[in-house]
Design a protein around this ligand. Sequence first.
Ligand code: ATP
Length: 282
Amino acid sequence: MTPSPAPTTTLPPVLALDRLTRRYGTLTAVDDVSLRLSAGARHAVIGPNGAGKTTLLNLIAGTDRPDHGTIALDGADITRASTVKRSRLGIARSFQQPSVMAELSVLDNIVLAGWPHHPQRRGAWRRPSRYRLHKESAGRHLETVGLADLAHRPASTLSHGQRRMLDLAAALAGAPRLLLLDEPAAGLTDGDIARLIGVIGALPSSVAVVLVEHHVEVVAELAASVTVLAAGKVLADGPTQEVLAHPEVREAYHGTGPSAGPDDARAEAVPAVRTSPTDARG
Ligand code: ATP
C-alpha cells in the first residue's frame, strides 16, 4: 500500500496584527496597522516623533488596548489578554529606561526576572537544587549579554549601557517568543551600541524581535524588515534595504526632502507606499 503523503501544516505567524487602531480623542495614534511576523523575525518600526511607534508596542504588550483590530500570538487571539497573560505566553519587553533593581546583585536581578517563567519555580525556596538551576540559567543570560563577570556586583554600580544589557537579560529570562525593544540604543555610547548590535544579532532564531529605534544604522544592522509609521499609518513596509532606500521614506524619515525630518511634527497626509506584502520575515 502506498503511504499517503504527510499533511502539510503551515505554522501561524508568531505575531499577527490585523487593522490595529488606537485613538486618543480626535487623534488617531495608530491607524489601521497590520503586520505579520514569522518565528525568528527581526523587524523594526521606525518613523518621526509622534508617529505611533511606542503606542504600537504598548498595544502588543497589552499596556494599552486598541479601539479596533486584533492581535494574535502564535495564532491565538490575545487582543483582550492582560499583560501578565501575554508575558506568560511569551511576550517580553525592554523599555527606553532600563528597569533595574539597583540594590540587588546583577545575578539576582535576572533570577527574579526569570522566576515566574521557570518550569521548576514551585518549591524552589525549599529545594536548593531548584534554586541552583534558577541561578545557573540566570548566569547563562548574563553571559549572553556580556555581564557574567559582573554577576555579583550590585546593579547600582552598572553604567547606563550595562543597565541596558541587564534589562535585556531580564527580558530574555522569560524565554520569550517575541521580544519588544523600545529604543534600545537610546543614550548609549558607540561602543555600547556595537555591543548591543552584537547581542541582539546573536539571539536565537526562536525569539522574534520587534525593534523601535531612531538610529537608522542600528535598524539597518539588525532588522530584516521594517515598518515605517507616519501619523499612525503605515507609510511603507518590507525588506529593510528596500524600505530605507524608498524616496518617500528618505524624505519623510531621513529629511532628505524639503519638508520633513525625524523631529518634525506629524505629517498631515502621507501616501501609503508598500514595498511588499505585510508578511515580514526575518
Ligand atoms: P517618539 O518617537 O517621540 O517616542 P512615537 O512614534 O513613539 O514617538 P507615540 O508615543 O506612540 O509616538 O505617540 C503617538 C501620538 O499619540 C503622539 O501624538 C502622542 O502625543 C499621542 N499619545 C500617545 N499616548 C497618548 C495618551 N496616553 N494620551 C493622549 N495622546 C497620546
